[in-house]
Design a protein around this ligand. Structure first.
Ligand SMILES: Nc1ncnc2c1ncn2[C@@H]1O[C@H](COP(=O)(O)OP(=O)(O)O)[C@@H](O)[C@H]1O
Ligand SMILES: [Mg+2]
Length: 280
């Protein structure tokens, strides 16, 4: 181990349960699809206002976990899923958490504003009021002047901002984001990361952010959680003690590199296991 990694190792321990009030907690949440076990007893706890990132090899069950948390998919019986310390009365978190799925799902026949208000509208909010609010947020989301454009007239980064605005307008304390910047070029992605952090610091939602990019996971997170190859479970939960606001210069700092090395090793180990079990 290098000096920097050693110092960091002394400084970091596997994360204790979050210090703030626990917002979301999962215990032994599992899911199989027929004979395929996608998720294997996931334990995870997220504190109020915390930004937690989740990385893992592709196919490990990240989106399955996302779907369960969003209330779009039933977990297998036996696990517990608590929001604010209580199970959802209906057994599902659908409608309790704002989420942005891996594909942006913008409707091509709706304008930017009308796409942004979609989730709020489905929740029964009046269209005119939702539009007003969306209009007032357009500048903050870098969409000023594009309110009446259609998705196909936008760049990839703008489309993702519309989808994020929709998620923000679906006004919930917890937000789930499934690889929101995965399809963007590196430069746009870096800008979007800083923009999201800025937004988060002002709105202080609790965020679970799924990614397969280690730099992104470290740069954004208060904690990085690593999911194992399928069947997925959380194999590492690391506190990221890097100062905020996070600056781009951080990406080349020794502390950052040491964390990256450590997490890369954990993820690689998992990927190799997956490769051996399932092929690439
Ligand atoms: N609806 C489904 N039916 C059958 N198998 C599924 C379904 N959804 C996911 N899986 C399987 O579960 C595993 C995890 O998938 P997923 O959660 O999408 O992984 P990730 O998002 O980490 O890439 C994969 O092997 C996938 O084929
Ligand atoms: Mg996925």
């Amino acid at each position: 181990m290098t000096g920097a990694a050693e110092r960091l190792d002394a400084q970091l321990t596997v994360a204790a349960p979050p210090v703030g009030r626990v917002k979301l907690s999962l215990n032994g949440v599992a899911r199989s699809f027929g004979a395929v076990r996608a998720l294997d007893r996931v334990d995870l706890s997220i504190a109020e206002g915390e930004f937690v990132t989740l990385i893992g090899p592709s196919g490990c069950g990240k989106s399955t976990l996302f779907n369960i948390l969003a209330g779009l998919l039933e977990p297998d019986p036996g696990g517990t899923l608590l929001l604010d310390g209580a199970p959802a009365p209906s057994g599902s978190l659908l409608g309790r958490i704002a989420f942005m799925p891996q594909r942006d799902l913008l409707l091509p026949w709706r304008t930017v504003l009308d796409n942004a208000i979609l989730a709020a509208e489905i929740q029964g909010q009046k269209k005119r009021e939702a539009r007003e609010l969306a209009r007032s947020m357009a500048a903050e989301f870098g969409l000023k002047g594009f309110e009446n454009h259609y998705p196909q007239q936008l760049s990839g980064g703008m489309r993702q901002r519309v989808a994020l605005m929709r998620t923000f307008l679906f006004d919930r304390e917890v937000m789930l984001l499934d690889e929101p910047f995965g399809a963007l070029d590196a430069l746009t992605r870096a800008l979007m990361q800083r923009w999201l952090l800025d937004l988060w610091s002002r709105y202080r939602r609790t965020i679970l952010f799924i990614t397969h990019d280690i730099d992104e996971a470290i740069f954004l997170g208060d904690r990085v959680t690593v999911m194992s190859a399928r069947p997925g479970r959380i194999t590492l939960d690391r506190t990221i003690p890097l100062p905020r606001p996070r600056q781009p210069s951080l990406l080349t700092a020794p502390e950052f590199m040491a964390l990256k090395r450590e997490l890369l090793e954990a993820v690689e180990e998992e990927s190799l296991k997956a490769f051996a079990a399932n092929g690439p």
